[in-house]
Design a protein around this ligand. Structure first.
Ligand code: SF4
Ligand code: SF4
Length: 109
C-alpha cells in the first residue's frame, strides 16, 4: 500500500473514531433523566441554576459553564463537579440517578 492510501485509511479511521465519540457522548448525555437530584432538588435548597422545564424535569441554566463554585437558593456555596465524581457517594434521590443505575448494572451483570 502506498503512502497516500495509508494516509486515506488513517483519515477514515480518525473520522470514524470522532463520529463514534460524538455518538457515545450523545448516548451518555441522554441517559440523564433530568430528575435534578444531583443538583439538590430533594434537599429543599437546590442550586440556584437549576430550572424546572416541566413538572419533575429540570435543566441547568449554565450547563456549559457549570463546573466550579456555585450557590444554592439559600446562598450556601458548594462546588459543582462532573456527575462521575460523585457516583460513588449517596445524596438525596441518588438511588434514582440513571448513571448510578447504569454503573451498578455494569458491576452486577
Ligand atoms: S451548576 Fe451544577 S449543581 Fe447547579 S444546576 Fe448546574 S449542574 Fe446542577
Ligand atoms: S441525579 Fe442523575 S439522572 Fe438525575 S439529573 Fe442528576 S445526573 Fe441526571
Amino acid at each position: 500500500m502506498n503512502q497516500l492510501l495509508w494516509l486515506q485509511r488513517d483519515k477514515m479511521s480518525e473520522d470514524r473514531y470522532i463520529r463514534y465519540q460524538k455518538e457515545k457522548l450523545i448516548e451518555y448525555e441522554n441517559l440523564c433523566k433530568r430528575c435534578g437530584a444531583c443538583c439538590g432538588v430533594f434537599d429543599n435548597d437546590p442550586c440556584i441554576n437549576l430550572k424546572e422545564e416541566v413538572k419533575g424535569k429540570y435543566f441547568c441554566a449554565i450547563y456549559e459553564n457549570k463546573l466550579g463554585v456555585q450557590n444554592s437558593i439559600s446562598g450556601k456555596e458548594f462546588i459543582c463537579v462532573p456527575i462521575w465524581d460523585i457516583l460513588h457517594k449517596s445524596w438525596s434521590g441518588s438511588f434514582n440517578c440513571a448513571y448510578k443505575k447504569t454503573i451498578l448494572s455494569w458491576v452486577y451483570r
